[in-house]
Design a protein around this ligand. Structure first.
Ligand SMILES: NC(=O)C1=CN([C@@H]2O[C@H](COP(=O)(O)OP(=O)(O)OC[C@H]3O[C@@H](n4cnc5c(N)ncnc54)[C@H](OP(=O)(O)O)[C@@H]3O)[C@@H](O)[C@H]2O)C=CC1
Ligand SMILES: Nc1nc2c(c(=O)[nH]1)N=C([C@H](O)[C@@H](O)CO)CN2
Length: 235
């Protein structure tokens, strides 16, 4: 058995695509999920260890850390993918949304990285931490203010943990812009959104999969952001 990789939010969309790629490569996976769904059993059948965990619950975070410490004394990688994309409603500031966004995107990754530092340092070679951030980490968002702030904070964790854990652990952000539509996105939104990037496409989860593969194979990239935005920053 290879040293495990911990992937959070791995049962749908980008996380599921990343999970399936890693399993197909023979990696050992510990995958967290919040909501029961068929993908949980599918991934378990492929050999993944599935752990139910809601990062809004402190006791769940502590339980996850204890289980990973026990199951993975040597840890190869942590991929913080779990995320909610909440918007402020009716142009009202929402302390609840800010707390929720900071909890899942900042508190949980911070505590998990800190607690599992020793496990990562045991890995023979460069271990990895990958934070799934967002294009808005640098631009902000008028409609997802708390979400954007939390993703910017998550990217700052990339910089700090890259400094703190070198030279044993590489720490990087992957910052997608729109790479995968949601099922509720209508044709008008899809048409308009395609045009937001220079390349005028929405590539799907495969671009996140390729970015994870690149970072895991690199021996000289840390404290960086892989921007998956089709040139949107130049539009
Ligand atoms: N899709 C895109 O185009 C973009 C994605 N990103 C980022 O890339 C990553 C993957 O995106 P995408 O696949 O669309 O993500 P999703 O919106 O599909 O969410 C991924 C997973 O996060 C889990 N999750 C949410 N809240 C919690 C929580 N409190 N505790 C535990 N798990 C939780 C969900 O678990 P469950 O289903 O079990 O409830 C879900 O499966 C995210 O970090 C996202 O912010 C950034 C920009 C664009
Ligand atoms: N957790 C999620 N975060 C984000 C999602 C998503 O579906 N889940 N989607 C986006 C959008 O694609 C946005 O990039 C469109 O401009 C952002 N974050």
């Amino acid at each position: 058995m290879t040293s495990p990789i911990l992937l959070t939010g791995g049962t749908q969309r980008l996380g599921l695509a990343i999970a399936e790629m890693l399993l197909d490569k023979g990696e050992t996976l510990i995958i967290t999920y919040r909501t029961a769904k068929p993908a949980v059993d599918l991934l378990a059948k492929k050999g993944a260890t599935m752990i139910q965990c809601d990062f809004q619950r402190q006791e769940d975070i502590e339980s996850l850390i204890a289980q990973v410490r026990n199951q993975a004394p040597v840890l190869k990688c942590i991929i913080h993918n779990a995320s909610d994309w909440d918007a402020e409603k009716d142009n009202l500031a929402s302390p609840e949304i800010l707390q929720k966004m900071m909890q899942v995107h900042v508190n949980a990754p911070y505590l998990i990285n800190w607690a599992l530092e020793g496990n990562l340092r045991q890995f023979n070679g460069f271990a990895d931490i990958i934070h799934m951030t967002d294009y808005v980490q640098e631009t902000g968002s008028a409609k997802h203010v708390a979400y954007a702030a939390s993703k910017a904070a998550l990217h700052n964790l990339t910089l700090s943990f890259a400094k703190k854990l070198a030279p044993d652990v590489k720490v990087n952000s992957i910052a997608p812009a729109l790479v995968m539509f949601n099922e509720w996105d209508d044709d008008a939104y899809r048409e308009k959104s395609q045009k937001k990037s220079l390349l005028e496409k929405v590539p799907g989860a495969i671009e996140a999969v390729k970015a994870v593969e690149y970072l895991l194979n690199s021996d000289y990239v840390t404290g960086q952001t892989l921007h998956l935005n089709g040139g949107r920053h130049l539009k």
